[in-house]
Write a protein that binds this ligand. Structure first.
Ligand SMILES: NC(=O)c1ccc[n+]([C@@H]2O[C@H](COP(=O)([O-])OP(=O)(O)OC[C@H]3O[C@@H](n4cnc5c(N)ncnc54)[C@H](OP(=O)(O)O)[C@@H]3O)[C@@H](O)[C@H]2O)c1
Length: 271
């Protein structure tokens, strides 16, 4: 992707998600001098200033009449509601506004930023920081913007589209919030290894490397996850004994379902 194709980029919010996306762009060869970053965190500004970005601690410091081709909005949803109107003057009729905020609908963004004529929502997740992210986009102008958006997110992982904005609640609950569920499972697994008498370091190594290895196997195998599980479960063996406890009364299955439903409900509440 060349700078000529994307032009000038404004990023508002250089925290966990904003910085992961910017780092991806820099890796991809986007010129740092084409990126303008607004964040109130001085440390974040210093880090990106050293990399050659234009950095600003507030919207007032961005020179008058600076307009952007792409505007990445990566603030927390609550902050967006309070402050986003301040950014309207930096948007032109041709700016593509990309919001990664959970639960903030396209129409809400258009109401808060009346200059924005092209709005795309993208729900990324944190593995994007290591180019293993899952990103899902929604826009009522998908056909017009799909190649720009896909190329902007190409180095960050896998990109998918949904055609109905309501599905973004499920997306947020599954891939957006999903890494935290899996980190929690991994944490429980480490604790269980320790409870069996393994020393802390070894418990961490065994449990976490098993999670990582199994994820790679899912990626590289042609079998689905149910078949992979059945393949390693010998009748009356140790794995079967463990799984019988794990799957008893479908408690885990029900909890995972409940977990996703609660996250989706929260996304609806935020919208
Ligand atoms: N992290 C994830 O896994 C993830 C996944 C999917 C989507 N998202 C979405 O990404 C968005 C950002 O999340 P995040 O985790 O990256 O948040 P974050 O780490 O808190 O980053 C937000 C950044 O914006 C700064 N900021 C706050 N108010 C500001 C203002 N008025 N003007 C300029 N900068 C301001 C914050 O500074 P301070 O730290 O000083 O407040 C912080 O540096 C959210 O809408 C979230 O829904 C996040």
């Amino acid at each position: 992707m060349s700078n000529q194709e994307i032009g000038k980029i404004l990023v508002v919010g250089g925290g966990r998600m904003g910085s992961a996306i910017v780092e991806g762009w820099l890796k991809q060869g986007v010129l740092p001098s084409s990126i303008y970053l607004i964040d109130q965190n001085i440390q974040i500004l210093e880090t990106f200033k050293e990399k050659g970005l234009h950095t600003f601690s507030s919207v007032e410091n961005v020179p008058e009449n600076t307009l952007f081709d792409v505007f990445l909005l990566a603030l927390k949803p609550q902050i967006i509601v309070q402050h986003v109107a301040d950014f309207n003057r930096l948007i032109s009729a041709s700016t593509c506004l990309i919001s990664v905020a959970a639960g903030v609908m396209v129409n809400t963004l258009k109401q808060m930023l009346p200059n924005a004529k092209h709005v795309v929502r993208v729900m990324p997740n944190t593995p994007a920081m290591i180019s293993k992210g899952v990103m899902v986009g929604y826009s009522d102008q998908q056909a017009e913007f799909s190649s720009l958006i896909e190329s902007l997110f190409a180095t960050l992982g896998h990109f998918f589209w949904v055609s109905n904005e309501d599905q973004m609640h499920a997306v947020t609950a599954v891939s957006g919030s999903g890494p935290a569920y899996l980190f929690y499972f991994a944490q429980c697994f480490v604790e269980s290894a320790k409870a069996l008498g393994l020393e802390e370091n070894l418990a961490q190594e065994l449990a976490l490397k098993t999670v990582i290895g199994s994820a790679h196997l899912i990626e590289q195998s042609d079998d689905d996850v149910e078949t992979l599980r059945k393949n390693v479960t010998s009748p009356n063996g140790t794995t079967q004994a463990g799984l019988e406890a794990l799957m008893r009364d479908s408690i885990l299955k029900n909890r995972v379902e409940e977990c996703c439903q609660h996250a989706a409900k929260r996304s609806v509440e935020l919208s």
